[in-house]
Design a protein around this ligand. Structure first.
Ligand SMILES: Cc1ncc(COP(=O)(O)O)c(C=O)c1O
Length: 382
C-alpha cells in the first residue's frame, strides 16, 4: 500500500511496520547477494530473476511465474492480454488499493465495483454473481489484508459464466485456503494471480517489483513477451508491450528474503493471535475474523473500532503507528465519478471505510510493543 510508508525508528514508540529491524536481522545474508549483482554489473534479466520466478512458482503451486516491475503491472499485463474492448466489464471490489481498478481502466476496461463480505472484507460471492452481465470479461478477487477470498465459489462461478478469474494476491503471498478437500495457495486457482514486492509487503524488495502466476504455459509466454515490449526476440515485436522487468538486484534481495517468509508469516499469525487475546476485553473493538477454511498471513491486522477517527488520533498522539486501509472506496473516487456510483451504493464497503484501522504488525513486534498498543486502545475507551 504505497500511501503509507513504514514509520520506524525514534519518531514513534511502536511503528506500524519496522523494516529497519527486519534488515538488521538479515543484513549479513542480504548485502552479499546484492553486492554480487553490483560487482558483476548485471542489472537486467540476470539469473536471479528466473531463480525467483521458479521459487515463487513452487511456493504458490503454479506452473509458471513472470516477474515484472510492480504489483500494478502484474495486474495490467494480463488485463492487456485480454484485449478488452470499450464497454467490457471487469468485476472487482471497491474496498482495495487503487491499482486493482486503475489497471482495469488502463487496460481499456470498465471497473464494476461490488460490495464486500463484512467479516472477511473480501468480495461477497453473491454480489459478484449479481453483477455478471454479457459484457463481463473478468472477475478480480483481492485477497485483502492477507486472507484469501472464497476461491471455491468464485472459481465455480467464473467457469460457469465463461469469464476469467484474476487473483490480486498483492497482500497474500503464501496464504492458503481449503477448497473442497485441498489446501490451495493464493494464485493457484486463478487464470492468473498477481503479487507485489512493494517494500511494505510481507515479501518486500528494496523498491518496486511484482510477479504474475499462472498454470497456463501459453499465458506465461504471452505475459513474458508483453513485459519486454511485446517481442519474444530482441528488436522483433509481435505486439506493443511494456518495459516492465523486475531488476536483477531486486530478485537477488527477494531470493534471500524468501527463505524467511514462512517464518515471518508464522510470527505474524502468532502476534495476531496474541492481539486477539489482549483485545478480547475491549468490547468497542472487533478483531479480525479468520475463516476456518483460511490460513491468514496477516499482511495487516485490521480491527473495526467504535469512534474510529478519534481512536486513530489518540493512537498517533500516544506514538502508536496505525493506518486506515482504505478511507475512501474506489467507487467514490473522483476519477471514477463517470461510472455513476454514489454514497450508499456499496453499504458494507462504506461501513468498513468508516470503521477499520490497522494496528502495528510485523514479525519482530515484541510483547512490550504489543502491550503498549493495546494499552493505548484500552486507555481510549476507558
Ligand atoms: C491489493 C493490491 N493490489 C495491487 C497493489 C499494487 O502493487 P504495487 O504497489 O507493487 O504496484 C497493491 C499494493 O500496493 C495492493 O495492496
Amino acid at each position: 500500500m504505497p500511501a503509507a510508508l513504514p514509520i520506524s525508528g525514534d519518531l514513534v514508540n511502536v511503528p506500524l511496520l519496522d523494516l529497519v529491524a527486519q534488515h538488521g536481522a538479515i543484513a549479513d545474508e542480504i548485502l552479499p547477494a546484492a553486492m554480487a549483482v553490483i560487482e558483476r554489473q548485471g542489472f537486467i534479466m540476470g539469473p536471479e530473476v528466473g531463480q525467483l520466478e521458479a521459487a515463487i512458482a513452487a511456493l504458490s503451486h503454479v506452473g509458471h511465474a513472470v516477474a515484472c516491475a510492480s504489483g500494478t503491472d502484474a495486474l495490467l499485463l494480463p488485463l492487456r492480454a485480454l484485449e478488452l474492448k470499450p464497454g467490457d466489464e471487469v468485476i472487482c471490489p471497491s474496498f482495495t488499493f487503487f491499482a486493482t481498478a486503475g489497471a482495469v481502466h488502463n487496460a481499456g476496461g470498465r471497473p464494476v465495483f461490488v460490495d464486500i463480505d463484512p467479516a472477511s472484507y473480501n468480495v461477497a460471492p453473491e454480489a459478484v454473481e449479481a453483477a455478471i452481465t454479457p459484457r463481463t470479461r473478468a472477475i478480480i478477487a483481492v485477497h485483502l489484508y492477507g486472507q484469501m477470498a472464497d476461491m471455491g465459489r468464485l472459481k465455480e462461478m467464473a467457469d460457469r459464466h465463461g469469464v476469467v478469474l484474476i487473483e490480486d494476491a498483492a497482500q497474500a503471498i503464501g496464504a492458503r485456503r481449503r477448497v473442497g478437500r485441498d489446501w490451495r495457495m493464493a494464485g493457484e486457482l486463478g487464470w492468473v494471480g498477481t503479487l507485489s514486492f512493494f517494500p511494505s509487503k510481507n515479501l518486500g524488495g528494496w523498491g518496486d517489483g511484482g510477479m504474475i502466476l499462472t498454470q497456463d504455459a501459453g499465458v506465461a509466454q504471452r505475459l513474458a513477451r508483453l513485459r519486454l515490449h511485446g517481442g519474444a526476440k530482441q528488436y522483433h515485436h509481435d505486439e506493443v508491450g511494456f518495459n516492465s522487468r523486475l531488476d536483477t538486484i531486486q530478485a537477488a534481495i527477494l531470493l534471500v528474503k524468501l527463505r524467511h517468509l514462512a517464518g515471518w508469516s508464522a510470527a505474524r499469525r502468532e502476534r495476531a493471535a496474541r492481539y486477539g487475546e489482549l483485545l478480547r476485553a475491549v468490547p468497542a473493538v472487533r478483531t479480525p475474523a479468520v475463516d476456518a477454511d483460511a490460513e491468514h498471513i496477516f499482511h495487516q491486522y485490521t480491527i473495526r473500532a467504535e469512534r474510529r477517527d478519534a481512536l486513530v488520533a489518540h493512537l498517533r498522539q500516544a506514538g502508536i503507528g496505525c493506518a486506515v486501509y482504505y478511507p475512501v472506496g474506489l467507487h467514490l473516487q473522483p476519477c471514477f465519478a463517470d461510472l455513476g456510483y454514489r454514497a450508499g451504493s456499496l453499504p458494507e464497503t462504506e461501513r468498513a471505510m468508516a470503521e477499520v484501522v490497522s494496528l502495528p504488525i510485523f514479525p519482530e513486534l515484541n510483547d512490550g510493543q504489543q502491550d503498549a498498543v493495546v494499552g493505548a486502545i484500552r486507555e481510549f475507551y476507558q
